[in-house]
Design a protein around this ligand. Sequence first.
Ligand code: ZN
Ligand code: ZN
Ligand code: ZN
Length: 361
Amino acid sequence: MTRVAALREATAAAGIDALLLTPGPDLRYVTGYDALPLERLTCLVVPSAGEAFMVVPRLELPAAEHSPAARLGVEFLPWNETDDPYSLVAGRIGQVATVGLADRMWAMQSLRFRSVLPGAEQVLAGSVLRELRMRKSPAEVAALREAGAAIDAVHAQVPGFLKAGRTEREVGKDIAEAIIAAGHVTVDFVIVGSGPNGASPHHELSDRVIQAGDPVVVDIGGQMPSGYCSDSTRVYSVGEPPADFAAYYEVLRRAQDAACEAVRPGVSCESIDSAAREMIADAGYGEHFIHRTGHGIGLETHEEPYIVSGNTEPLAPGFAFSVEPGIYLSGRHGARIEDILVCTETGGERLNDRPRDLVVV
Ligand code: ZN
Ligand code: ZN
Ligand code: ZN
């Protein structure tokens, strides 16, 4: 069954009359078409009863016809610059009761759909797509494995970039070039948090000069040609780290292992979070672990399922997500260790395998 057919069934089961998918990860998941997000409307329409079709600006038609979407047997409806594509969609599907909008549809587009479909309740298409997208196929797992190997190859080079006297920005530039050289098509983020900056989980880059004795948190990722993303964190120390840092780094290392070892089908997302959190709290650092343990990953770096307290969703084979506990001592330093895992029939498979011991450079 194609993804379009699977989606139509899931849409009908959810009681939604049609899904409206504009460019973004949902459209790419369903059709393989990595369409440009533009103010001109490109929209795959998947009615729960009837054939799917895609409205496409006439000037984007060649791109759509060269994309994998052209092989799905989905009719393309090109529209001219002076046509109203929203009325075109409404005219085809009629005045339906419920439409599911792509989670990342622009507000200007969702409001236009509201005005041409005034009686339709608008819900998120993600409510239907999450079930499909969370459960990665073997081909998707292979793509994530390839992304994991590519970012591991970058981490292997990081010790060569880190030196006392260089700025975070200089190191970050080298890392960004290595991310592309390793096979990614985009650099999504480069976090180099040296010394006290390591205590800010999403610090990114500054002109701070790296000092001897600095722990450095390096969290990096990008998107592969497949569309699948990488995301991995390791901590390096430029020379011997402070004694208080070394003490909690060992706690973190064991907590990250415990959470990874807890992964298997049927256990809840929140239990993976608590496996790491309890160990960190027991060691006295609970208040310094200030974020959830992880997030799903696929065509987006952050997607369902979230590994967080309150998420009782049971893990199933094919779920892919990060396990990335951290300990942050404000004003001093911080640490995070992050691997991507995929849940298999028998447990968790780590897709990153760089050493997790503190790397002293
Ligand atoms: Zn993050
Ligand atoms: Zn990360
Ligand atoms: Zn992450």
